[in-house]
Design a protein around this ligand. Structure first.
Ligand code: NDP
Length: 445
């Protein structure tokens, strides 16, 4: 790493102790930015990186609620409003027991660059709670969401900060959060949250957007080598919103998706995953992946273990951070992997990324490859602002154009900086320069 940036990185790490995921995200971005600072000394003079690594605002709050047995439960809520140079803070809420400040900051930091890459007017933020919706009744989830929003409402707004979903936060949770926001503020402010239901301000394609977008980005990478998804053997991790829609889109392009996972295990279905059955099990019944195996013959369910043990030509990690390590990456490469598109945020460890890049595997980092979700959230905001609702076909067309645009910008930036095909470099520099220019233009704030 460039020595000037290494010194700044050291200060950032020391100021934010114990936040390993945030350190990892910062390090990964800094490693790309040396050449930019050679060309733009004004970024160093204006202390852009130091400012960028310090969130504009961080909110941590108590979330009290009662469970179905009448017991009082306490969770911790977070919203990190990281950077508003390009627009209102924008980024999802994650409800998962692993959530703490370091996770929210890593996600918020990544979000700044991702949102810049979309070309839409949105800043970066992220939030969530250590609440675990799994195994909770609808009534418990509703009471939790109402309590969470009772604090969060004063910090958000369509021109201020616009949360959305992430792990553990889907349409059900967004509905309860929106209802409570409306009740407290007495405003039907559609643009305050995205991922809403279609009948009350949501956008068609938003549920599919992250998974579809990841596949579209990966298809663009494959095209640079004269290939496509057609006939590829694909492994996807996760079976949540991103994973299921990535599976559906990859199969629509002729791929065979042979395996997917949840946090308990994985299935191998050599005939190709039955997406309708998977949606029934995971989205309608909120069941476990094991339930899929019991309804489909010739499927193997592996309890525990790693889905990355299954051979693939294309890997789409769509579950969570650091789920694919260097050993798994090396095994995948040995077994014929040609491309990786990150549907999740930072799912590959730094070792894994190095293995992919050193082996010439096409590697699309999450901040570029999974930007279709937030881009479609921005399309939802556009529809809300104009009191309009677009067709599925039109919205999907916009998503496709945006993803192709992100791919091409990353590729062109990598070329410009002398490292063709390095999408990590292209995404980091492309996102950073846009935000840095805006920060300098807006003065020392
Ligand atoms: P969901 O909650 O819908 O699904 C998450 C999936 O990942 C589930 O299958 C879950 O398994 C699995 N998972 C979660 N945590 C772990 C863990 N610690 N270990 C193993 N498996 C785990 O979330 P999303 O699909 O929305 O999000 C998935 C990823 O995509 C995240 O990294 C998120 O930040 C990223 N992302 C999401 C966007 C969106 O629009 N939703 C936008 C951009 C990125 P189980 O069911 O067993 O819990």
């Amino acid at each position: 790493m460039d020595a000037r940036l290494e010194a700044i990185r050291g200060t950032v790490l020391a100021r934010n102790p114990g936040e390993g995921e945030f350190h990892q995200a910062v390090t990964e971005v800094f490693e790309s930015l040396g050449p930019v600072h050679d060309r733009h000394p004004e970024f160093l003079e204006g202390a852009v990186l130091e400012r960028l690594c310090e969130p504009e605002r961080q909110i941590i709050f108590r979330v009290p609620w009662t469970d179905d047995a009448g017991r009082v439960q306490i969770n911790r809520g977070f919203r990190v409003e990281f950077n508003s140079a390009l627009g209102p803070y924008k980024g999802g809420l994650r409800f998962h027991p692993s959530v703490y400040l370091g996770i929210v900051k890593f996600l918020g930091f990544e979000q700044i660059f991702k949102n810049a890459l979309t070309g839409m007017p949105i800043g970066g933020g992220k939030g969530g709670s250590d609440f675990d919706p799994r195994g909770r009744s609808d009534a418990e989830v509703m009471r939790f969401c109402q309590s969470f929003m009772t604090e969060l409402y004063r910090h958000i707004g369509e021109y201020t900060d616009v949360p959305a979903g992430d792990i553990g936060v889907g349409g059900r949770e967004i509905g309860y959060l929106f209802g409570q926001y409306k009740r407290i503020t007495n405003r039907y402010e559609s643009g305050v949250l995205t991922g809403k239901g279609i009948s009350w301000g949501g956008s068609l394609v938003r549920p599919e957007a992250t998974g579809y977008g990841t596949v579209i980005f990966t298809e663009e990478m494959l095209k640079t080598r004269g290939k496509s998804f057609d006939g590829q053997r694909v492994v996807v991790s996760g079976t949540g919103n991103v994973a299921i829609n990535a599976i559906a889109k990859a199969q629509s392009l002729g791929a065979i998706v042979v395996a997917c996972s949840d946090s308990s295990g994985y299935i191998v279905d050599d005939a190709g995953i039955d997406v309708a059955l998977l949606r029934q099990v995971k989205e309608v019944e909120r069941g476990r992946l094991k339930d899929y195996e019991t309804r489909r013959p010739a499927v193997t369910y592996v309890d525990g273990g790693s889905v990355w043990d299954v051979d693939a030509t294309v890997a789409l990690p769509c579950a969570t951070q650091n789920e694919l390590d260097g050993d798994a990456a090396a095994r995948l490469v040995r077994n014929g992997l040609i491309a990786v598109g990150e549907g999740a945020n930072m799912p590959s460890t730094r070792d894994a990324v190095a293995v992919f890049q050193d082996s010439g595997v096409l590697f699309g980092p999450g901040k570029a490859a999974n930007a279709g979700g937030v881009a479609t959230s921005a399309l939802e905001m556009q529809q809300n602002a104009s009191r309009d609702s677009w067709t599925f076909a039109h919205t999907e067309q916009r998503l496709t154009e945006i993803m192709v645009g992100i791919h091409d910008r990353c590729a062109a930036t990598a070329d410009e900086y002398g490292d063709p095909g390095n999408y990590v470099l292209g995404a980091n520099i492309g996102g950073f320069v846009k935000v840095a220019d805006a920060m300098l233009a807006q003065g020392l704030i």
